[in-house]
Design a protein around this ligand. Structure first.
Ligand code: KIV
Length: 275
């Protein structure tokens, strides 16, 4: 892409909400995929702690380290020309104190992130306030917060009754008041997401939260069909898992039959050796 491309910046998201332009976010973990998603016009690339599952094969995001997110943030930031890069702050890298959050988030900004995302509502509002006051943009994340999987009793849909929906609304308002520039709403009923979206001035970005959010995010590997199974709300736009399996097994067949490299390539090599 040419250097004249206009980069997406944090204040653009508020303008997009004002103009009812939907915000598009996907996860990215490496430079090659980030470059392709950036060229496709994705507005935000999230270096999600879902990398624990997607890249490292872990069962939960609880074991993801700051160094792991830093490593992948550097790769994504190098390749993102237009998209705004958001880095996830991993489990227990921001909850201990605002000072801890400042120190750790600073690393992610030094690695090329333009914003960080943290999970939690009122309990992390003070952290959000301190980071934004220091000029570090923060995206919130409420509803199903995978870092709290043990407390939640599994990856369950949240805000399913009136009281829980009211608590979620309080969390959203507290994050907005503390200075968050956007909030991810994960796995909550459509009507709760709609109520939060219309109450907040800042954009909401939904995942499993229905069509009324200001934007949508998916784990790229889910929507590209790289896993055998994906959450029920995920639409698969490709079947890359099957394509890769097919390509790899064709390669294996060619090698085993002695057809790789092709005879024409072998002749070229022989000619070089003889001349
Ligand atoms: O880590 C992640 O990929 C996320 C998205 C699912 C929002 O937090």
């Amino acid at each position: 892409m040419s250097s004249t491309v206009k980069k997406v910046r944090v204040p653009d998201l508020a303008r997009m909400k004002e103009r009812s332009e939907r915000i598009v976010m996907l996860t990215a973990y490496d430079a090659t995929m980030a470059r392709i998603l950036d060229q496709a016009g994705i507005d935000l690339l999230l270096v999600g702690d879902s990398l624990g599952h997607v890249i490292l094969g872990m069962d939960t995001t609880v074991s993801v380290t700051l160094n792991a997110v830093r490593h992948h943030t550097r790769a994504v930031a190098k390749a993102a020309n237009r998209a705004l890069v958001v880095a996830d702050m991993p489990f227990m890298t921001y909850e201990v104190s605002p000072e801890q959050a400042m120190r750790n988030s600073a690393r992610l900004f030094q690695d090329g992130a333009a914003a960080v995302k943290i999970e939690g509502g009122r309990t992390v509002a003070e952290v959000v306030r301190r980071l934004t006051a220091a000029g570090l943009p923060v995206m919130g994340h409420i509803g199903l917060t995978p870092q709290h999987v043990h407390q939640l009793g599994g990856m369950r849909r949240q805000a399913r009754d009136r009281e829980a929906a009211e608590q979620l609304m309080c969390d959203a308002l507290a994050l907005e008041e503390a200075g968050a520039f956007a909030i991810v709403l994960e796995s909550i009923p459509d009507e709760v997401a709609e109520a939060v979206t219309s109450r907040l001035a800042i954009p909401t970005i939904g995942i499993g939260a229905g069509p009324h959010c200001d934007g949508q995010v998916l784990v790229s590997y889910d929507m590209l069909g790289l896993f055998e199974s994906a959450p029920p709300f995920v639409k698969r736009y490709a079947r890359l898992g099957e394509l890769i399996r097919d390509a790899a097994s064709q390669f294996a067949g060619d090698v085993r039959r002695g057809e790789c490299p092709r005879p024409s390539e072998r002749r070229r090599c022989t000619a070089l050796v003889v001349s």
